[in-house]
Design a protein around this ligand. Structure first.
Ligand SMILES: [Zn+2]
Ligand SMILES: [Zn+2]
Length: 255
């Protein structure tokens, strides 16, 4: 049983064949998928998918790259959807200093508003971080985000940063990069961090694991992430699959 904790089946790249993609995931032992919305169209599509498939759950939030476009109405919509039984987290949210579409100060404000909302509705948060580690850690601390906890998605930082996040009640999630030969840091962190704090994800259609790197990613490939972690930790594939699923269910409150 595999739990893909971060998939964008709501992305337009899956418009043509989402049913087949989901069938392949089931055939490869994927038992649960969290589809992550990050703006109006992707949140709407995530909510459609949770109605269609019993094993699909949603996270709703606003992406930092697009922070400049988030209105109070959007935040109100996220709050309303948070009451839906299959919305298991808020996010993805965070900071992205790689793309300069939204000014840093706007990103920080939108991030803080979503953390405060998550505490109000009592849901964990899914954090997106690109080139912004120090500011993310500061904001999580200042806002006392550990009260709800959550997941550092597609983690690419150091062991020290991973430990700080775990101390703040966050899980560390790995995707395709942990399967890449040259990905030293994710491999080191995956090896060191206890299995009871790890999650797996695809972030599909992006970040496709080896051996399909360069092609469109999909949830069935999450097994390659579990295999890579099992090899690094000297554990069986089954144990990694089981424990990361248990972790995800605990975090997202899924029975
Ligand atoms: Zn992300
Ligand atoms: Zn994502």
């Amino acid at each position: 049983m595999l739990f893909d904790t971060h998939a964008h089946l709501n992305a337009t790249q899956f418009n043509e064949d989402v049913e087949q993609v989901i069938e392949r995931a089931r055939a490869e032992g994927v038992s649960h998928i969290v589809v992550v919305g990050f703006d109006r169209p992707t949140i709407d599509r995530a909510m459609e998918l949770v109605e269609q498939y019993s094993f699909i759950y949603a996270a709703v939030g606003w992406h930092p790259v697009d922070a400049i476009h988030m209105t109070d109405e959007d935040l109100g919509m996220i709050e309303r959807l948070a009451a839906h039984p299959k919305v298991v987290a808020l996010g993805e949210m965070g900071l992205d200093y790689y793309w300069d579409q939204s000014p840093k100060e706007v990103q920080k404000e939108v991030f803080r508003k979503q953390i405060r909302l998550a505490k109000k509705v009592k849901l964990p948060i899914i954090i997106h971080n690109r080139d912004a580690t120090a500011d993310i850690i500061d904001i999580l601390r200042e806002e006392n985000a550990g009260e709800v906890g959550g997941v550092m998605h597609c983690f690419s930082g150091s062991i020290e940063v991973a430990r700080q996040c775990i101390d703040m009640n966050f899980y560390i999630s790995f995707g395709g990069p942990v399967t890449f030969k040259n990905a030293k840091k994710p491999k080191e962190v995956a090896k060191e961090i206890p299995l009871d704090r790890l999650l797996i994800e695809t972030d599909c259609p992006y970040l496709t694991p080896h051996p399909f790197r360069g092609k469109r990613n999909e949830p069935s490939y999450v097994k390659y992430v579990a295999e890579a972690i099992a090899e690094l930790k000297g554990l069986s594939f089954e144990e990694v699959a089981q424990k990361t699923s248990d972790n995800a269910k605990r975090l997202f409150g899924i029975i």
